[in-house]
Design a protein around this ligand. Sequence first.
Ligand SMILES: [Fe+2]
Length: 90
Amino acid sequence: MSDQELANAIRLDIAGELEAIYLYDAHAEATDNLLAKKVLRDIRDEEKQHMGELLTLLIALDPKEKELFEHGEGEVKEMMEELEKACKKR
Ligand SMILES: [Fe+2]
């Protein structure tokens, strides 16, 4: 498997982590069982760590990805600044 093929596989792995985060969170919120809530939220947060690990691996395998992430981050930060300025004017 080439690094590019592995990067594509890692993208699927990240999708799996995101789905798991959503499901553990939904199940934790749906139950009144305090122990289950605690365990499910703990697992959910571990999945978030896995996502961070996979994103870091993806960036290492495909450096162009980092450039695109940073571009997207910059766009959102610009929007945040615009909103902040608009709120201050009110
Ligand atoms: Fe995971």
